[in-house]
Design a protein around this ligand. Structure first.
Ligand SMILES: [Zn+2]
Length: 459
């Protein structure tokens, strides 16, 4: 149900109004809404509104949340250059022009031909969702002025040294290229002041942020380019990729196909925050990921469910790497939104990438499972290595915590960590299929966990 009103008059903006209605059967199904652009335009202004609007917060229901994106005439198919951006429900208006565009939209020529709005009814309330999109051409809107609250030389904190060849980083964060509140340079500045060696940059359904981030390094974290592919049934990260991946398909088969294509193209892929309110992961059958984000934000925020999700798959023999990410969205103000209490580096993912590692070497180390995750950049550090018929576990900065070593059947060793630089060996049953270690504080909260070491090693 949609009609198009063209050219309402030379004096009365907008130039095009598109209207329609979504009802319950449209829920979580993207629609393309075409409109024509004549030759000679330089800027498109899009403004949209809809009835019974509520926030995207998954705890809210009873109203409508409508996501929006934009394709130019080069096409709407997966990976197409015609994709000019997707802003979820975060921005009710945006500009796309040949000179500049509102992040995350991509600036460039305003090609003549058929453009498509992408509309996604993430929530549809009981009264349905009546929507209206106004499009105006060549309004001469100037670019957003940027006020940077973080600039200048970052001050690195003093942190306990990592073992030679190990780097610490955060694999998951958001800027104004999706629903974050800061710019890439500010995120890198904050990463440096947190003491991170690398930063995975994962705005939702876009790679437009990657160009602005650059490569990082030189006193700032090394940038691991990435995207958080945000579907209506769960989120997954792809790192080491320079294109967007299909996020519109809501069924498991479509999500699996996109993930497999990303993996085949060389990306390293994780299922993100598979826990209640993560949002959760609804695609139980999918097997094409390399890693699980077992720790997203503060441990107490139901991450034990993500750990269970990972461990259940390890027990099935799925060689999934453990990674963590803070999912930081906010750097500029005091955080009051319960969804976003994160701080960069909480948790921190550590990788053994060798001296002088670049982004590719860091991704290779993740791929090889040489990772552990700790509560923060200060640790505690937890190293697990094969030794004889067992493993050696070394802990730095973890005194007064309990170490638990487990295989596919349960605990095979436990000890109290007695000093700040401490190690122990644990025998591993020959029937074990994997070994992993974790450190637990006196209050029961996890402080660090390693990836699984598949057993026997070098088999
Ligand atoms: Zn997410």
């Amino acid at each position: 149900m949609m009609h198009v009103i063209r050219d309402p008059g030379p004096t009365s903006p907008p130039d095009i109004v598109l209207e329609g209605r979504f009802t319950a059967p449209d829920l979580r199904r993207y629609s393309l809404v075409p409109f024509q652009v004549e030759p000679g335009h330089h800027q498109i202004h899009v403004r949209y509104s809809y009835t019974d609007r509520i926030d995207a917060d998954q705890f809210l229901s009873g109203g409508n949340t409508l996501d929006i994106g934009l394709f130019d005439p080069r096409g709407t198919e997966t990976g197409s250059m015609g994709f000019r951006g997707w802003s979820g429900s975060d921005q009710l208006e945006f500009v796309v022009g040949d000179e500049w565009a509102t992040p995350p939209y991509t600036p460039g020529p305003i090609l003549a031909g058929t453009w498509n709005l992408l509309l996604g009814p993430y929530k549809v309330g009981p009264r349905g969702c009546d929507w209206s999109v106004e499009i105006g051409f060549d309004r001469g809107i100037p670019p957003l002025e940027r006020e940077l609250v973080r600039a200048g030389e970052p001050r690195s904190p003093s942190l306990p040294e990592a073992r030679a060849g190990w780097l610490r980083g955060d694999l998951h964060c958001h800027t104004r290229y999706s629903d974050g509140d800061s710019w890439p340079s500010e995120m890198l500045h904050a990463g440096a002041e947190t003491g991170l060696d690398f930063l995975g940059v994962t705005d939702h359904n876009t790679i437009a942020h990657v160009a602005e981030y650059g490569a990082g390094g030189s006193g700032r974290p090394i940038v691991i380019p990435g995207v958080e592919v945000t579907t209506y049934g769960g989120h997954w990260n792809a790192w080491g990729t320079d294109r967007w991946w299909e996020f519109r398909a809501p069924e498991a088969s479509g999500v699996e196909q996109a993930m497999t294509e990303a993996a085949d193209a060389g990306a390293f892929v994780s299922v993100n925050h598979p826990k209640p309110f993560g949002p959760a992961w609804e695609y139980d059958t999918i097997r094409s990921m390399h890693a699980i984000e077992v720790w997203n934000g503060p441990w107490a925020r139901l991450n034990s469910a993500a750990l269970d999700f990972w461990e259940a798959r390890l027990r099935l023999g799925q060689r999934l790497v453990a990674v963590g990410g803070s999912d930081t969205h906010i750097l500029r103000r005091r955080v009051t939104d319960p969804r976003h209490t994160q701080a960069l580096g909480m948790p921190t993912t550590w990788v053994e990438a060798g001296p002088g590692a670049d982004a590719a070497a860091i991704i290779d180390a993740m791929r090889a499972g040489r990772t552990f995750v700790s509560a923060g950049p200060a640790g505690p550090q937890l190293y697990l290595e094969p030794k004889g018929r067992g493993v050696e576990v070394s802990v730095r900065g973890g005194s007064r915590r309990s170490l638990i070593v487990q295989d596919d059947k349960g605990a095979i060793g436990a000890a109290a960590v007695e000093s700040e630089d401490w190690s122990t060996t644990v025998a591993v049953p020959s029937a074990s299929t994997y070994v992993r270690a974790q450190l637990v504080a006196a209050n029961g909260e996890l402080q660090a966990l390693t990836s699984a070491l598949w057993w026997p090693p070098h088999a």
